[in-house]
Design a protein around this ligand. Sequence first.
Ligand SMILES: [Fe+2]
Ligand SMILES: [Fe+2]
Length: 392
Amino acid sequence: MNPSTGPSKLSCCAEFIRFFAMSLANGTLYSPCHPQVSRLCGKAYETLRQALGEDQGISFLLIDDQIIVASQPLAKGPYAERVSRAFRDKKIEHVEFIAGVTASDILQLVGNLLDPKTSYENLAPSPQVRFGKIALSATEKMEKNDDGKENNLISHLEDLPQVEFRIFAEIYERAKSRQSFSLRGLSEMVSGLIGILREDLDSFLLLSALQKKDKYTFTHSTNVGILNLAQAASLKIEGQLLHDIGIAGMLHDVGKLFIPEEIICKPGKLDEKETTLMRRHPVKGAEYLHGISNIPPLAVSTAYEHHIDFGGGGYPRVPANWPLNLCSYITSISDIFDALRTKRSYQSPKDLPECKKIMLKLAGTKLHPALTSHFLSLADSVAIKSIGAVHS
Ligand SMILES: [Fe+2]
Ligand SMILES: [Fe+2]
């Protein structure tokens, strides 16, 4: 998503969808090589270029007959339906166009979508067109250890600093009973956090240290949201995308609310069967969030992807070369850092040098290497050193 998304960008996207749908329809009627298809793809390209503006990329999420751009649904209608169907037939739920995309890339995409012989596995997108899935029904692979003991009870919120954490607590209570919730409260909370972040990065980072007194899942989720915002802001991400990355961090583990409490609350390590159950939380979380209106698509993908490794392992299991979201990489880093510096019944909190050592070892396999070294350079800031001290 990008910060400058507004009505004109959305209307360009709607126009793109219209021309893209017409390209598909004409390609079906004649053939993808017909000059009429090239002409319409050229028009689609023009509108896409306008929608992109100065942005690095633009993502379309396709859920049922709904197309979502920058967290906002495009109007439903025959064009959106035609495009959604074409992608759905190939099991594609997310498509991203990168700056530099050409009219030939669009034409190639139309050809791929119309070719009955191509499937998700053998589609060959150009470097400027990336596909993905939210893949709510993917099989889970059980390889890695999970976070271990967690407790989803919410209490002791009175002393939390400056921001309305109560709103988040309420959202967690609603999620626990699988009720829907309004994103508005969470959006306000994240906006409040972003406001603090702008004023003073050091005290902002300390927010996550101050919350260790609360029960684990809730505290952990807030910390991951805060660490996500710090990482994203230091990568110069702004606006709606920054906001969504914060929300995605806060909701990444929401699926743990649907795991039996005796597993969540078990002191000590989980056995094999319990680990298997625990490892369902990414899928359960994504399924739950997928059903709630106005949730940023990024939060759905992040809930699903945050335990998938940079090197392709982890869980749930996904096809080779699965395109992970930037936010999922960021969230894995925040997640592991917060887990390492948190006290568990079977594990004492690690100090900062030890956290860094462990994270460096994971860089390139479990964690994204460049983002990890960026995070570790952030961790050298005074504020994160203080966090290490608070937790050690
Ligand atoms: Fe998790
Ligand atoms: Fe987590």
